[in-house]
Design a protein around this ligand. Sequence first.
Ligand SMILES: [Zn+2]
Length: 213
Amino acid sequence: MEAAKSSIGTLNNGGPAPARAFRGVHRRHVPDVQAVERAVADLLVGLGKNPADEHLKETPRRVAQAYQDMLTPRDFDLTTFPNDENYDELVLVSGIPVYSLCEHHMLPFHGVAHIGYLPGDRILGLSKLARVAELFSRDLQVQERLTKQIADCLRDNLAPRGVGVVIQAEHLCMTMRGVQAAGTRTVTSTMHGTLRDDARSRAEFLSLAGLTT
Ligand SMILES: [Zn+2]
């Protein structure tokens, strides 16, 4: 049983064994590593490089391995626990590192996610919020969809009274290419339930996540 401390209170996630497990997201297509290696070799040729060069000859294999790693989330169970203490305040984990690949350019975007929820009958081990973010990050993504998938997953599996997800990320397809100054960040958010409908709850979430002055 992991300790569960939020930024604004302590949760009790003890009690009986978890009664409800993550129903799961469909397992992704396993990358065809050899096809990726061939494509990377072709890409090198297209870029005017010699794939037989000593420094490049292992590059297709390394790139294929890197994509497999970047696109394969670790398995985990999204185990929930009864909210025995009837904790009814916001649970927030801020600054969760996010690394993903933009599907338009296949270049990284990276930043932080702030994920909060207002518990209903169930609560979640706090480390699981980061695992949900990783689950959807390790894919070819757009930031808007990633944000919504995290929020929808928590809504559907935890049935909280509200969920809020904000992601702030730098997209290398923008900043490496000189479209925008380095350090430019894109901010996306998805709110469900009370955090969407109630301005005070939403303001509290944004304030605790350090997103307002
Ligand atoms: Zn892009």
